[in-house]
Design a protein around this ligand. Sequence first.
Ligand SMILES: *Cc1c(COP(=O)(O)O)cnc(C)c1O
Length: 373
Amino acid sequence: MSIKSFIPVPRTLMGPGPSDVSPQVLSALSRPTIGHLDPLFVGMMDEVKSLLQYAFQTSNPFTIALSAPGSAGMEACFVNLVTPEDTVVVCVNGVFGMRMTENVKRLGAKLVVVEGEWGRAVDPQALEAALKQNPNANFVAFVHAETSTGALSDAKTLCQIAQQHDCLTIVDAVTSLGGVELRVDEWGIDAIYSGSQKCLSCVPGISPVSFSERATKIVQERTTPVPSWFLDQSLVMDYWSGEGKRSYHHTAPVNSLYALHESLLMLKNEGLENSWARHAKQHKALAAGLADLGISYIVPEDERLPQLNSVYIPDGIDDAKVRSYLLEEYNLEIGAGLGKFAGKAWRIGLMGYAARSENVALCLAALKDALSK
Ligand SMILES: *Cc1c(COP(=O)(O)O)cnc(C)c1O
């Protein structure tokens, strides 16, 4: 048996993530590895922190990049903040909302589910009703951009309702960060997590997380230990902060953080608003082209995510055949349906570096060809 170096064929990634990584970010990744406590690296981590504060639109001192994927960012928010004494209202309108409920159950807290329709935004009135029925609730959790269905929820309104009922908010922004409007401080979000591989177009495996001062205080004042050692943010806080007194917690993914630094810098240089506008513009171009092909969207127009287009597979078309044709003939990856939409939908991502005219043109041409065969 002779195993050789693995050299992947370059693909165009237009699924639900990972998204296309730009050559600029890939080149940052290949720079020399230095020690994670090297003063040079510590300085870079401080820059990552400030770039993340910009991306999240927050001045939260506790804003870090967790050394783990988005799912761990989700878990970090729940394990640090939620205890068995708490009541958590979770809005579920897709797969990632369901995962939030799983976190609450495993922590032994009281779970209240606001069941929403898949493919629709979370209904603010349903949240309001649930909070009226459960006056003891102290947390509200929801997914801003439901990647499993392509629906965008009104995070600002949902946070307002939560605040009126004295609840802290836990928000999944894995797919929303960088792709659609998101303002952590202005909207009063208490705990938020994202992922490196969606609209930031970085390599997978890092999860940006930010806690408000209220949330940070809860972590610091806990009387019971956080059930996960690795995700205990009171320990990580010393690693990401403290001038000169940074102490070892775990070995940071040094090169992945170079890549994240580069992708966040690209976002800062482009400007957040410009990035949101670019995603919206490419989404409109894609939607027009898909309509010409007779392909229809699952989500109503004003609730659609520009960066994740979920569409019905046309009648009589073989899902797997089309996706493997696109991959083999065009090196193009689009996503399959997830959860209730498995086998019924495609999910076409326009995330970060993939939200470009060339990608829209390639995807439309390739789909047209595949459908005609
Ligand atoms: C991708 C995704 C996650 C999980 O992120 P991983 O990096 O795959 O762990 C969580 N929530 C949403 C909305 C996502 O799109």
